[in-house]
Each structure stands twice: as C-alpha cells, then as structure tokens.
Design a protein. Structure first.
Length: 136
C-alpha cells in the first residue's frame, strides 16, 4: 500500500547494487528536506528511543496526515525523508494500515541499519502511527 513517491524510491534502489550507494541516496534525500523550524524542536515533538536527536511535527490538514521532521544525524534525517515518502498525504486510517516494516524491508534497510538505528526507526514509525491514530 505504498504511495507512488515511495515506489519511486524502491525503483531507484533496484538500480543501485551496492548498499553504500543506497546509503548515500538516503542521506541525499535527508539533505534535500526543508529544515524543521526551531520553534517546532520542543519536547512535545521529540521522538524518544532514538540514539540521535529526532523531532517529528505531525498535523492533519483536509483529512490528510502530514509531517515534517529533522535529526542531527544525516542518516536519520534521510530515514525521516523515506518515511515522509511512505506516509505523508495519507488519511490517518491509511497510515495505520501501512506495514512499515515490510515496506522498509523492500529497501533492504532492515538488514543494513545498526541495532540503535533500527530502534530509532521503529520509534519514529510508532510516533507517526500513534499521532495518526490520535487524529483519526
């Protein structure tokens, strides 16, 4: 149930044979994201369970789930960009229906992230799902 923007990432990853190239692509995606305003980097938007500093600001607009985020770690910032492609613009109910672990697995991320990064990714996904569920 992935969005077209996420499917584009899957297709791009299929052309990149080396994990290092995929890693660089994720980092570049993070670099291309707009920075989160400092006013939104508050305890309420901070994601607990991440080794690095992570903030996610979620909102519902016209019945659609949207979020922005930032991290002080480049790879985590890239993971936020990937999650943005996966979730942004869905309805809150659709957010809950996404099997993020399976979708991220299509990118090979499950095998190539450290345990700490994997835990942080899970924490970000849970935060997104929780915020969407609360908004539904």
């Amino acid at each position: 149930m992935a969005q077209a923007a996420f499917e584009d990432i899957v297709e791009d990853f299929e052309f990149l044979e080396e994990w290092e190239d995929r890693y660089r692509m994720v980092i570049e995606m993070g670099k291309s994201m707009a920075p989160l305003p400092d006013a939104l980097k508050v305890p309420a938007t901070k994601v607990e369970g991440c080794a690095s500093q992570v903030w996610l600001h979620t909102q519902i607009e016209d019945g659609r789930f949207h979020f922005s985020g930032e991290s002080d770690a480049m790879i985590v910032r890239g993971l936020i960009a990937v999650l943005h492609k996966l979730y942004d613009g869905l309805t809150p109910a659709e957010v809950g229906a996404v099997d993020a672990r399976a979708e991220m697995g299509r990118l090979g991320l499950n095998e190539h992230l450290s345990a700490q990064r994997s835990n942080g990714l899970r924490a970000m996904i849970e935060r997104i799902r929780s915020d969407a569920k609360a908004a539904a």
